[in-house]
Design a protein around this ligand. Structure first.
Ligand SMILES: [Zn+2]
Length: 373
């Protein structure tokens, strides 16, 4: 069975979901707290007195979030490694008895721990950011609503809702990485875990192949190819890291019948990955290459005629759905909730149309924030 970084995506999504739930819970708390007594005199003073309580509540949310996210991250990475391992065992086509024995052997626990430690560490800045950003936003909203001219209740409410919407739009811990890209807390954490589960799945696969004395793999021909990986499609790569570059190998007596085979090896898997192959979100996979046995992979175009650009368009629409669901959580009253709900449905309809036209699969999990309401 081939292994792909995509094999761990569902596991990473679970971690993202934990963040989305925490985020929606915090937005709801902010909206409730701000709406409470907004028409009464002394509202601003009363809100500022409640700041300490809010800080405490945010701290508790972050403690729970961190505990859940750490556990889910470690489990996701271990499971991705096991999936890669099982895929390699299937590739090896071992006789039944050897197969069970192979699966009982312990995985490379230290490498799995290292990947998990790194993915857990990558999420730390998000917690610090949530702890700071939520009380900051609360204080700013109170200041903005109560500052300047004396406003009527309705105007106050609108001003607070507008500010809350902006906060929800950015995401409660909107985050800029070293490359200058901005992330939502949930998608940043999901991305960190997805890149680690992708690596773990491939590592589980290659560890197993190496342990069984195999060193060649072949890259799939994916129907929705990522431009970065196109040059590697159908290429044979070696697990030998010291492979200098493209090379034609003469493998004496490689086949079961003892025939010699020549194989053109495009380079090492390590070098191909350094050049981008099997990046996070990659649709490509690798599988064991058995000289003289493995046929070159080929895949027909996507049945609905979908392109890579269509998948990117779908990602954009999914992000819009999630943003409007956050605004729904941040709604101070039914009207705001209804308005945000209408936008959610509009974008959902556009996803439905896109998936119907292109034959792409709809991914409801990607459109979810939480289901409490
Ligand atoms: Zn790719």
């Amino acid at each position: 069975m081939p292994v792909s970084p995509a094999d761990g995506e569902d596991l990473a999504r679970e971690v993202g979901r934990i963040y989305q739930d925490a985020e929606a819970g915090l937005l709801e708390r902010l909206a409730r707290l701000l709406a409470d007594g907004i028409g009464l005199p002394g509202w601003a003073e009363q809100k500022l007195r409640a700041l300490g309580n809010l800080r405490q509540a945010v701290e508790q949310t972050v403690i729970a979030l961190r505990r859940d996210a750490d556990g889910a991250t470690r489990e996701a990475i271990a499971e991705a490694y096991r999936r890669g391992d099982r895929a390699a065992v299937a590739d090896l086509m071992l006789p039944e008895g050897q197969r069970a024995a192979a699966l009982r052997a312990l995985p490379n626990a230290r490498a799995v721990d290292r990947l998990a430690d790194a993915a857990v560490a990558e999420q730390q800045p998000v917690y610090r950011r949530i702890l700071r950003a939520v009380p900051d936003a609360y204080r700013q909203i109170v200041a903005r609503v109560s500052g300047g001219v004396l406003l009527g209740t309705r105007t106050r409410r609108q001003a607070a809702q507008r500010a809350l919407d902006q906060f929800a739009e950015r995401g409660i811990a909107g985050f800029t990485d070293r490359a200058g890209r901005t992330w939502q807390a949930a998608s940043y954490a999901e991305m960190a875990v997805r890149s680690a589960t992708g690596r773990a799945a491939v590592l589980g696969h290659t560890d197993r192949l190496r342990a069984m004395g195999q060193r060649l793999v072949v890259v799939s021909d994916a129907p929705l190819e990522c431009p970065l990986c196109r040059p590697w499609e159908g290429k044979v790569l070696t697990l030998d890291e010291h492979q200098p570059g493209p090379q034609t190998l003469l493998l004496p007596h490689a086949t079961r019948d003892g025939e010699s085979v020549t194989v053109h090896v495009a380079g090492s898997l390590t070098a191909a990955r350094a050049a981008g192959l099997l990046h996070p979100n990659c649709r490509h996979s690798i599988s064991l290459y058995l000289p003289g046995v493995t046929r070159p992979p080929s895949s027909p175009p996507h049945p609905g005629g979908a392109t890579y650009e269509d998948t990117q368009r779908q990602r954009y629409l999914e992000r819009q759905i999630r943003a409007w669901k956050r605004k729904q959580a941040a709604a101070m009253d039914d009207e705001a909730r209804r308005r945000a709900g209408a936008r959610v449905r509009t974008y959902q309809a556009r996803v439905r149309q896109l998936t119907a036209e292109t034959g792409l699969r709809r991914k409801p999990q990607r459109e979810q924030t939480h289901s409490a309401r």
